[in-house]
Design a binder for this molecule. Structure first.
Ligand SMILES: [Zn+2]
Length: 471
């Protein structure tokens, strides 16, 4: 039998396909060509069937679809700038000013650092939350290091937010401005090029959009086969303000106005009443679960959040890291473990499993970004976005259940190699397409510039006690 040529072939892996049968293949292999998966199967069969330009030895490690982080703000250059004693309102106000004063170089540095962190944790695709100002520079930075992602319309809003902490000078709260920018990022979605960085429609949310803006955004998303994503129902204050303004609960209002559907990706969804949960599930919307942010910012509604119930009744649920100060790490596996532990702490019998975490992080994420046919599992025809795990660490032994191992025990520590679009982009603890040291240096310089602009000092200096004037 003549062997078929392929670009690369991953062999000697324990392949978790995440296909509909949740097939796992010990001694599995994956053939890749043109950035997509050609075949998945037993190693002996694929080695006989294909002649690969490059053979990648998974060294017996777990191989799984890349994680998808479905709500991220590129701001981790602010990491460590604030004491962890600040109350939420004060912290958000400092971060709002950080956002306001960031220039193009700062946003580029933050994007690069965020994307490096995501890749290192096995995330191969992100959904940016619509809070960039220099979207082209950010898209360029992300594409340079080879991650896949979606960038959204920047700060579209035309109503005040109930808690006031998001009042910003960089983006006027204005309907005409928002309508003018709406759908602008969809320019990236050219079918011929199959770009790594695509655009989607984003409205900021949290009650900051009029019906006119929301309806226009939904219409643009529908017309372009894109998703529309927004913050929604984070806690009692914004959900309550929505209900007071609209005369009914927000999701019920959206159902009345044709604003639900499978291309709606709502971030948070902590504060839903039973009617809203039913409508959201029936419409098949995505609820983006950001458990660490909810805990860290003390969202009281999250204690009674209905993500598992939503999922059971037909909604899609995905995972996300959200922002730097709230989400702690741009690490979907970490978010999934915290979500799982939260369900167990409740003790209501609705426990998540390690496989649930993997589903939310892969298949759930793919649906959330509108690419269920192209991402989320290792199947022929899908993009080759793949994580190879190492077995060379104590937490990986004695190796028995690969899914439990990666969720409970190893976390991102076992991420060894990351492939996006068929290209090796992370290996041996380093990005393969960009210089990490340069990116870290630019992030540090941006951090110091921002502190100066905000009249703050670095928190830790060898010659003085921990302080930056905020406490
Ligand atoms: Zn957010």
């Amino acid at each position: 039998m003549e062997q078929l040529p392929v670009d690369s072939l991953i062999r000697n892996g324990f392949v978790i396909t995440m296909d509909t049968g949740r097939r796992c293949l010990p001694n599995g292999a994956i053939a890749i060509s043109g950035g997509r998966i050609v075949d998945v199967g037993p190693e002996a069969e694929l080695l006989a069937r294909y002649r690969a330009d490059q053979v990648i030895d998974a060294k017996g490690g777990t191989v799984h679809p890349g994680f998808i982080d479905t709500h991220v703000h590129f701001m981790n250059t602010a990491r460590g700038a604030l004491p962890d004693t600040l109350e939420t309102g004060t912290m958000m106000n400092v971060l709002r000013r950080w956002w306001d004063l960031s220039d193009l170089a700062d946003e580029r540095a933050a994007t690069m650092l965020n994307c490096l962190e995501m890749l290192s944790n096995g995330t191969t695709c992100f959904l940016e939350a619509g809070t960039l100002k220099y979207a082209d520079a950010a898209a360029e930075a992300a594409a340079e290091l080879g991650i896949r992602g979606f960038i959204g319309d920047p700060f579209l809003w035309d109503l005040p937010i109930s808690d006031g902490v998001y009042d910003m000078s960089r983006a006027a709260r204005d309907l005409d401005r928002s309508l003018g920018l709406l759908g602008g990022q969809l320019k990236r979605n050219t079918a011929e090029k199959e770009p790594l960085i695509r655009g989607c429609v984003v409205v900021f949310g949290l009650g900051s959009a009029s019906d006119e803006l929301l309806l226009a955004a939904k219409s643009v998303a529908d017309a372009n086969g894109a998703i529309l994503t927004m913050h929604q129902s984070f806690d009692h204050h914004d959900a309550g303000a929505d209900a007071a303004r609209l005369g009914k609960r927000a999701i019920c209002h959206y159902a009345d106005h044709g604003l639900l559907g499978e291309n709606m990706t709502f971030s948070h969804m902590n504060d839903l009443d039973p009617d809203e949960a039913k409508l959201a599930a029936e419409a098949g919307v995505t609820a983006v679960w950001c458990p660490v942010t909810s805990m860290n910012l003390g969202a009281q509604a999250a204690k009674h959040a209905r993500h598992l119930e939503l999922r059971r009744h037909g909604a899609n649920v995905s995972l996300a890291s959200d922002g730097v100060a709230s989400g702690c790490r741009y690490d979907v596996g970490f978010q999934g473990l915290v979500a799982l532990l939260g369900t167990r702490a409740k003790g209501d019998g609705q426990q998540m499993t390690a496989m649930d975490v993997l589903e939310l992080a892969t298949i759930g994420g793919a649906k959330a970004v509108g690419m269920a046919a192209d991402l989320g599992s290792l199947e022929p025809g899908k993009y080759a976005d793949i994580v190879i795990r190492s077995t060379d660490l104590p937490e990986a032994h004695p190796w028995s259940d690969p899914v439990q191992s990666l969720v409970y025990n190893c976390g991102s520590k076992s991420v060894d190699r990351v492939i996006v679009n068929g290209v090796l982009v992370w290996a041996d603890g380093h990005p393969q397409l960009v210089d990490a040291a340069k990116a870290y240096d630019e992030a540090r310089r941006s951090h110091l510039r921002m502190l100066e602009r905000l009249d703050m000092k670095p928190r830790w200096q060898p010659d003085r006690p921990q302080s930056n004037g905020l406490t």
